[in-house]
Design a protein around this ligand. Structure first.
Ligand SMILES: [Fe+2]
Length: 443
């Protein structure tokens, strides 16, 4: 059953959908694993008509697909209601990421505080974790050992960079200013068991967010500095590397006195994809010798890398990413596929759905809490350009290149977006009573 006010028919994957809808009992092709019970969420820009000067600045809209005991119970999309001023993310259109921590579902954008959503994706309100007084990253990372949310805020105003540690109760327990000479674009960072790592790049921030323009300018002649910050306190260490831009981090870990950072690298910020394709890259920071060695792990143009988050900050083996294709100078990709990397063997497997489909960021869900790495499912929202509709595809990660185990058909198109996550273990009673679920949240 679908309820909505009007229908938009468009083959433009980027254009916003006109309204919030809800649909129950979604058709499924294949068999949804019964253990895959929870809520898949994805955030992205969905500008209200006339509201945003740029698609990426548009109001955040979270799309949710509720899976339960082999059934696709519902799809729902809701705006994240946050203060806006109409500029490039000015005031914080919360449109970049969504994940759960400390029993709360949180929507993120790097220019503002996170916004809490309830189990039906309705906005609750901004969250400062009891002590965040700066902007807050969209790419906080949950330490699998402690359950803490390790995060930071960066901004044009001083302090330019602040490290935050947020405990299992969702409260700031540590807040530390990290000295930066000048603020720069810090969309993502890396975390290991004992360190956090930032890439201080030539994409300098020249003003605060807002006002209709991207507030970064690439400064020619400046190199990139990798900043290693001990999580338990102590001196930061800075390492010079040739100028580059870190896109998204896949993972990082410690090994033999080195910090290994795997992520997406381009030569510069906001590069033309044809001239400067984003590639999977490894930086090895040798803390004993004080040197950094780096190498490209693969030459396919990829982004949106994700891992099994039980291995966040730890030695790991598998990364799942989106590979772009059919792009040219000043022409964005017309289609995509998924790629799974084995960083131990240096090999990868492609999952190509054909040019009809445009899959987005892959999210890994383990089959059980003690399943081996890669023993799980990969979920991706996929646009079907032939039907002008989206679906949620479920792959078995152990047979990555094989047919999907299930495809959940959504009632209409989900526009291009950014990041999402899987929120496990939502009980039916929690769905029926959000106020109760906050006290007894099983997350
Ligand atoms: Fe991102």
């Amino acid at each position: 059953m679908v309820s909505h006010r009007k229908t938009l028919v468009s083959d433009d994957y980027f254009s916003p959908v006109p309204d919030e809808i809800a649909a129950d009992d979604l058709p499924v092709v294949g068999t949804l694993p019964p253990q895959l019970s929870g809520l898949y969420l994805r955030n992205g820009p969905n500008p209200r008509i006339g509201s945003a000067p740029h698609f990426f600045a548009g109001d955040g809209m979270v799309h949710g697909v509720r899976l339960d005991a082999g059934e696709a119970r519902w799809y729902r999309n809701r705006y994240v209601k946050s203060k806006r001023d109409g500029g490039i993310r000015g005031g914080g259109s919360s449109n970049t990421h969504v994940f759960a921590h400390a029993g709360r579902i949180l929507s993120f954008v790097e220019s503002a505080l996170p916004i809490e959503l309830d189990r039906h994706l309705e906005t609750v309100g901004p969250v400062d974790f009891g002590g965040v007084r700066t902007a807050f990253t969209a790419h906080g990372k949950i330490d699998p050992g402690t359950g803490e949310l390790i995060a930071f805020g960066y901004q044009f105003a001083s302090p330019h960079l602040t490290f935050y540690r947020i405990d299992l109760a969702g409260q700031v327990v540590e807040c530390r200013v990290i000295d930066m000479i000048a603020p720069c674009y810090l969309h993502d960072f890396a975390m290991t068991e004992h360190y956090i790592v930032f890439f201080d790049t030539p994409a300098l921030m020249f003003k605060e967010w807002g006002g209709g323009e991207v507030p970064f300018r690439w400064q020619e002649g400046r190199g990139t500095r990798i900043v290693v910050v001990p999580r338990q306190g102590g001196e930061e260490r800075w390492f010079d590397v040739p100028a580059c831009q870190l896109g998204h981090t896949a993972n990082a870990f410690e090994r033999d006195g080195c910090i290994v950072v795997d992520g997406i690298r381009t030569d510069r910020f906001l590069a033309d994809m044809a001239a400067d394709p984003p590639m999977f890259h490894r930086w090895e920071i040798d803390l004993t010798r004080g040197v950094v060695t780096e190498r490209t792990l693969d030459r396919h143009p990829v982004e949106f890398p994700r891992v099994d988050e039980r291995y966040s900050g730890l030695p790991y083996r598998y990364t799942y990413a989106v590979e772009f294709r059919d792009f040219g100078p000043a022409s964005p990709p017309q289609s995509s596929l998924l790629r799974c990397y084995d960083v131990e063997t240096g090999t990868s497997i492609a999952k190509d759905f054909g040019v009809r489909y445009i899959p987005g960021e892959p999210v890994f869900v383990p089959k059980s809490s003690d399943a081996a790495e890669n023993d799980g499912w990969v979920l991706s929202l996929r646009y079907d350009r032939e039907l002008d509709r989206s679906d949620l595809v479920v792959l078995d990660a152990t047979e990555f290149g094989g047919d999907p185990v299930a495809v959940v058909q959504l009632p209409r198109r989900v526009p291009f977006g950014f990041h999402g996550s899987w929120v496990a273990a939502i009980s039916e009673s929690a769905e029926q009573d959000d106020s109760k679920s906050k006290q007894n949240c099983p997350l």
